[in-house]
Design a protein around this ligand. Sequence first.
Ligand code: TLP
Length: 394
Amino acid sequence: MSGLKAAGSAPAKLLDRIDSKAKPQQQAVMYTSAPEPELNERRLSATTIDLRSDTVTKPSAEMRRAMFEAEVGDDVYGEDPTINRLEQRAAEIFGREAALFVPSGTMGNQIAIKLHTHHGQEVICEERGHVFNYEMAMMAHFSGVVPRTVRAEDGVVTWRHVEPKLRSKSYDAAKTGLVSLENTHNMAGGVVTPPAVFDEICDSTHAAGLPVHLDGARIFNAAVALGIPVARLTAKANTVMLCLSKGLGAPVGSLLVGSAEQLDRARIYRKALGGGMRQAGILAAAGLIALEQGPQRLKHDHVNARFLAEGLAQIPGIKIDPGKVQTNIVICDVMGTGMTAPELSRKLAQHNVLANEVNAQLIRFVTHLDVTREQCAQALEVVASICGAKAHRA
Ligand code: TLP
């Protein structure tokens, strides 16, 4: 067992593309955060190559030292000097008035949705977006809103996708409250939205009297790929959520940035969600290092992801266009191997290579600071040998 569990249905169009042989396996699958014991043991092995996510990165020795020495106070009173410094630096880097440290990207996104919407409204987002698919239906639960999805095949949402979905006041349809975008787009394969496309959506959405929230869990990956500062890339969004705990390497934490008024209200919602973490300066200390130093090394993850994609493209039965891999996420179609993605994922785990399926057809590999080029090469050998053995038997 690989610790994988069924998690509801996959987006309809994704399922449509799965061939009929795979139909009995069609349930969308997503990993649990608590792998089963066998996998836990495997994870302890020094030889495991963990490509499940950049969330698995471990804090560096420098981060651990900073955590040990961090000056702390009660953050619910606003008295944790390390958190205050982290929030101030994030606000500066993003060119905003204020920032708020939150335990997770999920909480940051959900606070933003709550800030911008009223119960009974719709949130426009991409069909595979994190806010819709992987945040436990919290937009409905906490904010009382429903998603109105658009499908951007290549993961780049444009104003052409958004405009027809906007709904203004009417007596039979819910009104749009927010446009929520994701850059990079995780489940589209770490795809970067070009700044001009993003700016146009923001300008046009604002002209329609609506706000834009950006799920920038991997916004530094996008900025590095484009070679422009995050402040420029995100300037037109009303709020931005960014994660410290993914490719930037912090053990825990995300930030929400925006105006002073928004972030003042956000503190209330963070507390309501149980995110008032008191002396969490020990986490912010690692977060500061992630924020200042993390972005510089993301380019290595991008080069490794392209290397992985090029290798995967050579393996019979695997479909991927390496030219489309722009950042640290590689999603490929494995149906041609004669295995479903969960089957391949399980076989890989038996050989100490961890990668999660997105659904029956697609598997995701994510590069990060704890995987080297050599490990990517080894992972490719394992994939090739499993697929080769399967092809040989067929
Ligand atoms: N993404 C995780 C899983 O939840 C899918 C991953 O392994 O990629 N926005 C985006 C775009 C994300 O990819 C994630 C995490 C989040 C938000 C949520 O961040 P956390 O895990 O800190 O709540």
